[in-house]
Design a protein around this ligand. Structure first.
Ligand code: GDP
Ligand code: MN
Length: 381
């Protein structure tokens, strides 16, 4: 789960990282009020879950509250890389003497977090990495020892930070790293960390990604999720406890197990189709879960056929069959459904479906057979 800039910076501030004291607004009028309250020039910033807002015209400086209001009117409702701007952050504008990059992420290959700094802040770090990777200084952190002061000095030295800022830099680095660890984040990034007009460090942009699998122990962070930025089907799927990712193909896939789900998607491609989604209903799914999953699949207008590939282990095929019928009882669907049920209670499952006698139900015995039939059904639909 990604956090917005304003959320990330609020979190950073709790860990002693200096941030501008701005506020979030949803309307130009609110922006006017905030700008007036802050006094002086402000920066109006689109809050969308994507980078490069500056380049896209989503970050603008305003000298007066009137100007801030006018800019907010332009920025609110704008689309940046497919994300509609519903909120803006209004921060007091800073004078920028230097832009630094500081970020911590998980280096899977090293099996350690890595703290990275660069004197080339402000631009996307991926770009710096492509152009001149030597300009990014990296320190891997032993999770048991934590971030050591000498490592921070290495970074400060490497980016040629003036000595008088080293103490502040250490506070920011420690704060960011603690924030990263204690939030179970996979990324915590300040870009840019600026040297402001009075010669102090200030985090003017912030970005965080939090590990979804750890959200259960961070209810305060889980609450920050912005569902307006994701397809409604994904929100619904999460509520039903399903792993669902919307894709743009035409074959809806309902599978138990992530590996089997990926195999099923590959098989539809192998036979010339393409999957409309990734969906893992999990082990031991009950009829209600299956029904919820089918409703989600059918809510996608691109779907022309549904492919069920259920390998019954903990999941019982008869439960799945009942789930399919339950969903079809309240969702009107006449598109073709190819069903492959094998494993625990497969006979009972097939019998339930046979007895329902649905004209659009096609059964299959192997995965290849099922994928072929689903592709053919989608093509002729
Ligand atoms: P991003 O483009 O999505 O990464 O958004 P940022 O928050 O990083 O803003 C982009 C750029 O706008 C920064 O690199 C700065 O150069 C500039 N910027 C942001 N805030 C201020 C500010 O308060 N004052 C000035 N002068 N420039 C700012
Ligand atoms: Mn930035």
């Amino acid at each position: 789960m990604n956090l917005h800039e304003y959320q990330s910076k609020k979190l950073f501030a709790k860990y002693g990282v200096p941030v501008p004291e701005g506020k979030v607004a949803r309307s130009p009028q609110e922006v006017y009020e905030i700008a007036k309250e802050l006094g002086g020039p402000v920066v109006v910033k689109a809050q969308v879950l994507t980078g490069g807002r500056g380049k896209a015209g989503g970050v603008k400086l305003a000298q007066t509250p009137d100007e801030a209001q006018a800019l907010a009117d332009e920025i609110l409702g704008m689309e940046i890389k497919g994300h509609k701007v519903l909120r803006v952050l209004v921060d007091p504008a800073s004078e920028i003497k230097q832009e630094i990059y500081l970020g911590v992420t998980n280096d899977r290959a090293a099996r350690k977090p890595v703290l990275m700094a660069s004197a080339e802040g402000g631009v996307e770090i991926e770009e710096v990495n492509r152009r001149s990777p030597e300009k990014i200084i990296r320190e891997h952190i032993d999770p048991f020892l934590g971030l050591r002061d000498y490592q921070i000095r290495n970074l400060a030295y490497g980016i040629e930070l003036p000595r008088e800022l080293w103490k502040q830099f250490a506070r920011v680095a420690h704060g960011l790293y603690r924030c990263y660890v204690e939030s179970d984040a996979t990324l915590a990034e300040i870009n840019p960390l600026i040297v402001d007009g009075s010669g102090n460090l200030l985090a003017v942009d912030g970005k965080m990604s939090v590990d979804d699998n750890a959200l259960f122990r961070h209810p305060d962070l889980a609450e920050m999720r912005d569902t307006s930025a994701e397809p409604p089907a994904e929100t619904e799927a999460r509520a039903a406890g399903l792993s669902y990712i919307k894709l743009d193909g035409e074959i809806g896939c309902m599978v138990n197990g992530a590996g089997l789900a990926m195999t099923t998607m590959d098989m539809t491609k192998l036979f010339g189709g393409s999957p409309a989604n990734f969906l893992d209903i999990g082990g031991g799914a009950k009829a209600e879960t299956v029904a919820a999953a089918l409703r989600i699949i059918l809510s996608d207008p691109n779907v022309k056929a549904v492919l069920f590939n259920i390998f019954g282990g903990i999941t019982r095929c008869d439960e799945v069959a009942r789930g399919i019928l339950a969903a079809l009882a309240d969702v009107q669907a006449d598109l073709p459904m190819v069903v492959r049920l094998v494993g625990t209670n497969e006979k009972e499952g097939r019998q339930i479906l046979d007895e329902a006698n649905l004209p659009n139900m096609i059964t299959a015995s192997t995965l290849a057979d099922a994928a072929k039939k689903a592709v053919a059904a989608a093509k002729s639909a």
